[in-house]
Design a protein around this ligand. Structure first.
Ligand code: IMP
Ligand code: MG
Length: 213
């Protein structure tokens, strides 16, 4: 079946469809509950930008923003356009939830466009602080690269899971320990383009668990 034919839902889903027991995601129809609306996200990011602006009183050489790809890109572009100071933007990519995983499988640095952070103020930007493995890893890379200071901004934090040794300086929303999607956050690489944060219908996760590769 070509990818333009009706019924094509991507390679993973075709595999599942072949078993006839699995459900095919269809974006909005897969949403169980919206946790945080588009308007709430926009309002909170505006507040965060104010907090971050106050915390960095215009260093002469600016700050270095280091987003953790891919999940943070939506948060990044909305946030940095509201920040009043000079900045450079590097990038790192970390993989910890490959494929259909809903728990971290261990953070691995997979690529990056490493900025020069020696003696610079670094602001790490990520979508969510969960087990902390991702930010612990990126923070240690920045420390070894000689950053002058390292702060962290996350849109979401799962309060009951975030470890004490991985502090987040700027937090958009504290949420309960649920797997969420939207606004950059994915499940099996889908749903990043939802403009809100949501929880998927539980049977979709169960389907994924019962349909191993
Ligand atoms: P940590 O390393 O366990 O703190 O997880 C951080 C990374 O895992 C985030 O940058 C996300 O990419 C991913 N992640 C953690 N929780 C979720 C979730 O609920 N939905 C989607 N991705 C998540
Ligand atoms: Mg991520």
């Amino acid at each position: 079946m070509s990818e333009h034919q009706v019924g094509y839902r991507g390679p993973t889903l075709l595999r599942h469809a072949a078993r006839k027991t699995c459900i095919i995601p269809s974006m909005n129809g897969d949403i169980d509950r919206v946790l945080i609306t588009e308007a709430q996200i926009a309002a909170r990011i505006r507040e965060l930008a104010g907090e971050i602006g106050t915390a960095y009183p215009e260093p002469a050489d600016g700050i270095v923003i280091v987003p953790v790809l891919s999940g943070s890109v939506f948060f990044l572009v909305d946030l940095v356009r509201l920040l009043p100071m000079k900045m450079r933007i590097g990038m790192v990519a970390v993989s910890s939830y490959p494929g259909e995983a809903t728990r971290s499988q261990g953070a691995k640095l997979v690529s990056g466009r490493f900025p020069d952070v020696r003696d610079r103020h670094v602001l790490l930007v990520d979508d969510i602080l969960d087990s902390g493995g991702t930010l612990r890893l990126v923070r240690s890379v920045m420390e070894r690269a000689g950053a002058r200071s390292i702060k962290t901004a996350v849109l979401l934090r799962k309060v009951s899971r975030a470890p004490v040794d991985v502090p987040a300086d700027f937090v958009g929303f504290d949420i309960e320990d649920r797997f969420v999607v939207g606004y950059g956050l994915d499940y099996n690489d889908y749903y990043r383009n939802l403009p809100y944060i949501a929880v998927l219908r539980p049977e979709l996760y169960k389907v994924a668990e019962s349909c191993p590769v």
